[in-house]
Design a protein around this ligand. Structure first.
Ligand SMILES: [Cu+2]
Length: 192
């Protein structure tokens, strides 16, 4: 599971993340390509049910922006706990099923991030897939704030990677200080 990504900062940062073996990743990518039009807007319902998850996800993202692997590990432990406390009881049966699947997958990624302090590359691989889960979760469960889906076309050997932000300002969690401004707003999640 510990993949050592060799990063070279050549013409187009050739990152080898090919050793990552997570099928969910490709699934997330497919979704991405369907709505690749620049800066679309999606309305989600206003809900506080995901507040703790969103808070902690954003703190994890900040730690990765800061290249702080140790902090990313502790924040993802907090996120893991927020998933465990997520209250599904107020949701419909079909939503409960979908949400519990998302949460199960996302919890695994949070766990990997928390267990890989000192390995930012590996934490970032899991963060990319985790971000897709958080987006899917918000689409179903709603959000208590406007969020932006940001996209970095260079990540993962040019496959690209997305993350969520509460601000339109680009602070890249995949590259941190190496390429802080790489990325753009892909989608806005507004609250109804
Ligand atoms: Cu892992």
């Amino acid at each position: 599971m510990l993949s050592l990504a060799i990063i070279s900062w050549g013409a187009f940062a050739q990152n080898d993340y090919s050793s990552m073996n997570h099928s969910e990743k490709d699934q997330g990518k497919m979704d991405m390509k369907d709505n690749s039009s620049a800066s679309a807007s999606i309305t989600v319902k206003h809900s506080k049910s995901a507040s703790a998850v969103i808070d902690r996800y954003l703190k994890l993202k900040k730690a990765l922006v800061e290249d702080n692997s140790q902090k990313a590990a502790s924040e993802s432990k907090n996120l893991f706990d927020a998933f465990a406390k997520f209250n599904l009881s107020a949701k419909s049966n079909s939503e409960q099923k979908e949400l519990s699947e998302i949460i199960e997958d996302a919890s695994e990624h949070a766990e990997h991030i928390s267990e890989n302090s000192g390995n930012l590359d590996h934490q970032r691989e899991h963060f990319e897939t985790l971000s897709n889960d958080i987006r899917d979760l918000i689409v179903i469960a709603g959000s208590d704030r406007t969020l932006y889906q940001m996209y970095c076309p260079m990540y993962n050997n040019g496959d690209g990677g997305m993350w969520l932000s509460s601000s339109i300002e680009v602070k890249n969690p995949f590259y941190g200080s190496k390429m802080m401004k790489c990325g753009s707003v892909q989608q806005e999640f507004t609250i109804k």
